[in-house]
Design a protein around this ligand. Structure first.
Ligand code: NCD
Length: 304
């Protein structure tokens, strides 16, 4: 039985197959309407979510399956002190596959050890978010036609942003990707990403503070929200929250074919005036999130 806890749980070849399936689903959605008839997905969300939980649910419904679950720790037995290990043993009796989001890093991994059904990490604290990475990879692949040879700028909260950590971990496996890490000093990527992921693999990267300085060299700009819920002090958050605001003026510095991605939710870091720019790809990205999760459910259930 296979789980998805980190994007590295799939080899590059397995990812290629998954993205090809997601792409086929995008072009022929009705072909897959009954692939999961009679199957159930449990969504165990101990932390807020809009896109991830609802796109998982939409994905399973599109495949003909059903969904059950909870959307906050308060409404589950976690509020009574139940451990994730006990919860997953029980959920294994009710569903065929589950997606778990948890504020504690490693919680989905702990669950997977006691689970009789595939566990998908739908975001664990500031650690990883592998299904967002699948979404990001599909988006880049669909927009550029390849996952090789580009310069990506990751901008914003690179310290707490789990989508950034998973995306870097995953993209280093492709050819000729250059990373530009754009953040205030306080929100730089964690040391383990810089040392054990980028430097240990001889990957080309640079760290800068000003977005304008590097804008012209980017092929993809991956914007992120300052992760309010992971800050220790409100003052520190307030000082950081509007550090970057991507607007029309800054977009004038970008290549005509530079795409903007954002895992969403957006707060202030992309001005709404940018939404009509043909290079703004973040809402398309949210749509790809459904197709890629459909492909993932099929793959983990062995129904592909
Ligand atoms: C991201 C997350 O939860 O990490 N959201 C998402 O799943 N699309 C990004 C964020 O919350 O900033």
């Amino acid at each position: 039985m296979k789980h998805l806890l980190s994007p590295l749980d799939f080899s590059v070849q397995e990812l290629d197959e998954l993205l090809a399936l997601a792409s086929d689903i995008a072009t022929n959605p009705t072909k897959y309407n009954h692939h999961c008839d009679g199957k159930k997905l449990a969504t165990l969300f101990y932390e807020p979510s809009t896109r991830t939980r609802l796109s998982f649910e939409a994905a399973m419904l599109n495949l003909g399956g059903s969904v059950l679950g909870f959307s906050s720790a308060d409404s589950s037995s976690a509020a009574k002190g139940e451990s994730v290990s006990d919860t997953i043993r029980v959920i294994s009796c009710y569903a065929d596959i589950c997606a778990m989001r948890h504020p504690k890093e490693g919680a989905p991994m702990v669950a997977s050890e006691k689970s009789r059904i595939p566990v998908i990490n739908a975001g664990d604290g500031g650690h990883e978010h592998p299904t967002q990475t699948l979404t990001d990879l599909m988006t880049i692949n669909e927009l550029r036609g390849s996952l090789d040879n580009f310069t990506i700028g990751l901008c914003g909260d690179l310290k707490f942003g789990r989508t950034v950590h998973s995306l870097i971990n995953s993209l280093i496996r492709y050819k000729n990707i250059k990373f530009v890490l754009i953040s205030p000093k306080e929100l730089r990527v964690p040391d383990y990403i810089r040392e054990d992921v980028l430097e240990a693999n001889g990957v080309e990267y640079k760290e800068v503070e000003k977005l304008e300085d590097v804008m012209p060299e980017l092929d993809i700009l991956y914007m992120t929200r300052v992760q309010k819920e992971r800050f220790f002090s409100e003052d520190e958050y307030l000082r950081m929250k509007d550090f970057y605001i991507l607007d029309k003026t800054k977009m004038e510095l970008a290549k005509p074919d530079m795409y903007i991605l954002h895992p969403l939710p957006r707060v202030n870091e992309i001005s709404v005036e940018v939404d009509d720019d043909p290079r703004a790809a973040y809402f398309k990205q949210a749509q790809y999130g459904v197709y890629v999760r459909m492909a993932l459910i099929l793959t983990l259930l062995g129904l592909n």
